[in-house]
Design a protein around this ligand. Structure first.
Ligand code: SAH
Length: 218
């Protein structure tokens, strides 16, 4: 079974990927090291494509979804700013790769996925790999009111607008990173919630994500 193997070859490819991310502008050493520890090839089911696991590219994972490009994962993670014990809500579990990177940084991760087959497969995979996030099959627009508030909210699909429920579940002093825009291209927004409850927003440029969908998959 290829799933749990991590050979020299993979480790070498991973070191190269980390160097590539560094040259593309990722500066945070903790983030780079976390990506260097996650065996990305174990998140790709079709063993015919294992060689591509460490290319800086998005990759199909079924249900018309993709595992995000490593640069995008690194960029969002760096912007989010997490450390030991940071309570993070992730929208769009997908393959679980981003979830694993957050866990490597010591975060306590709650992640929501709306496609049941992906939720089930990723739950099994992350458990096999020894990762312990809290995974929920549900609608990311609603967040997790019973677990709120969160230090950080990370949206990994392109949202047509900033979901109000997610803003409401952010702690004062907290931060949300979310790609917003309809169509193919989104703007990466970083939204800080001030201690007085007001919000401040920055635009970090254009990115491409699969869309955040409202109704459940058929
Ligand atoms: N973080 C993932 C990225 C997966 S792509 C990774 O590292 O692999 C985005 C994911 O968001 C897809 O799996 C998609 O099914 C999911 N998604 C789309 N709309 C959603 C919603 N409303 N709630 C939760 N997840 C959603």
């Amino acid at each position: 079974m290829h799933l749990l193997k991590d050979e020299f070859r993979h480790q070498g490819l991973r070191r190269k990927l980390v160097e590539e991310l560094r040259t593309k502008g990722i500066r945070n050493e903790q983030v780079l090291q976390a990506i260097g520890r996650v065996p990305r090839h174990q998140f790709i089911d079709d063993s015919a494509f294992l060689e591509l696991a460490y290319a800086d590219k998005a990759f199909p994972i079924g249900c018309e979804q993709t595992i995000s490009q490593p640069y995008t994962v690194a960029f969002q993670t760096e912007l989010l700013g997490v450390g030991k014990g940071t309570k993070v809500l992730e929208i769009g579990t997908g393959s679980g790769f981003q979830t694993a990177v957050l866990l490597e940084l010591g975060a306590k991760v709650y992640s929501i996925e709306r496609q049941r087959p992906l939720y089930l497969r990723t739950k099994e995979r992350l458990a096999l790999m020894g990762y312990r996030p809290s995974l929920t099959y549900g609608d990311g627009y609603k967040g997790l009111p019973l677990e709120a508030p969160f230090d950080r909210v990370l949206v990994t699909c392109g949202a047509p607008f900033v979901p109000p429920d997610l803003l409401g579940q952010l702690k004062p002093g907290g931060r949300m990173v979310i790609p917003v825009g309809e169509g193919d291209v989104q703007r990466m927004l970083c939204i800080d919630r001030n201690a007085d409850g007001t919000f401040e927003q920055r635009d970090l440029g254009a990115f491409r994500f699969v869309p955040m969908l409202g109704d459940k998959a058929k």
